[in-house]
Write a protein that binds this ligand. Structure first.
Ligand SMILES: *[C@@H]1O[C@H](CO)[C@@H](O)[C@H](O)[C@H]1NC(C)=O
Length: 333
């Protein structure tokens, strides 16, 4: 449960960071999850994200990163990438060995999870912002600050020992500085350039209203569907006039097969009070032209009106034929 919280915090950081995307910053994140089942069993999975796009994965059973986008290599040459890949291969095996040694030395109980959250934000005008956080069982225990490892404020005592030992390894500290200060920003500048068209893609949502499942007598569930939009950030609100409605339920933003996103936001109301409610949709692809959908009680009976008109037409048509038939008999006779 705790590691979920850590992921959530990371996600929040990502949302906060992606709101900066419009100001020219695309956050680049590396997330590593390592599970140590016992003194010899472990697995490590790594994923790299550019904004909300997953660009690389490195699954435990693989020996290298997998490119998920045609532009995943950024502007790095094949040779540069090979060098990095090799560095990460060495890193992965020494990380595993070091953790196992620390666990033995500090008598940490198995199983446990370790997560790493690393990233850099390249800003157009100021110097890049970099970070590297490490969590144990979902709680941050230490981070890399400038040139060395520092325990988190509320970390358990044994983390001091871990940092002390890790700080004695100057080679690793220098490599981390090189990766964070130089490699990460350089890579990000290149990959942002290569992935520009996909990063700047904008697709407008399609939206409609429907009635949700019956909630019991006298109550109505109004559902506002927003689908097919890109990028992911979207704002969907149920309003009455200028008044935001409390009691809305927002689902998760779910992926569509074509890479766009969908969202449903519902509102539970007393049947008689549904008229006059509106669903407002704000999305970057729409500029300031928000989509506004009105819930009309009539809207439910549109189908009925169409049906009545169709029936009238049919009856009219039938009468016309019956009226005409005798004429033609007369013609024949
Ligand atoms: C990396 O950046 C940090 C500040 O974020 C600085 O303290 C450190 O000296 C830099 N290291 C190198 C090798 O450039």
């Amino acid at each position: 449960m705790r590691w979920l919280l850590f992921l959530l915090l990371c996600e929040l950081h990502q949302i906060w960071a992606s709101s900066e995307a419009s100001q020219g910053t695309v956050p680049f994140r590396c997330l590593q999850i390592s599970s140590f089942a016992n003194s010899s069993g472990w697995r490590t999975d790594i994923s790299l994200w550019l904004g909300e796009l997953l660009t690389h994965t490195w699954k435990n059973d693989s020996n290298s990163f997998r490119f998920l986008k045609p532009w995943s290599q950024g502007t790095f040459t094949h040779k540069q990438w090979q060098k990095l890949q090799h560095l990460f291969q060495v890193y992965r095996s020494s990380f595993t060995r070091d953790v196992q040694e620390f666990a033995k030395m500090l008598q940490v109980n198995y199983p446990f999870d370790i997560q790493m959250y690393v990233g850099c934000d390249v800003k157009p005008k100021s110097s890049p912002e970099v970070f590297l956080h490490v969590a144990f069982q979902g709680t941050e225990i230490l981070s890399f600050q400038g040139t060395c490892w520092v325990p988190a404020p509320d970390a358990p005592q044994w983390v001091d020992k871990v940092c002390e030992v890790m700080n004695q390894d100057r080679g690793t500290r220098e490599t981390v500085q090189w990766l964070l200060n130089d490699t990460c920003p350089e890579f990000v500048r290149g990959i942002v350039e290569m992935g520009k068209s996909e990063l700047e893609k904008q697709v407008k949502p399609v939206a409609w209203l429907s009635r949700g499942p019956a909630l019991g007598p006298g109550r109505l569930l109004l559902v506002c569907h927003v689908s097919g939009f890109y990028p992911k950030p979207v704002q969907v609100t149920w309003m009455r006039g200028e008044q935001k409605q409390p009691g809305t339920q927002q689902g998760d933003i779910l992926p569509n097969a074509d890479g766009t996103w969908s969202l449903q936001v519902s509102l539970d109301v007393v049947s008689g009070e549904a008229a006059g409610l509106t669903c407002h949709i704000k999305h970057s692809s729409l500029g300031d032209q928000d989509i506004i959908l009105y819930w009309e009680v009539k809207h439910v009976s549109v189908g009925l009106i169409v049906l009545v008109i169709l029936l009238l037409l049919l009856i009219g048509g039938g009468l016309f034929i019956r009226f005409k038939k005798p004429c033609s008999y007369q013609d024949i006779l």
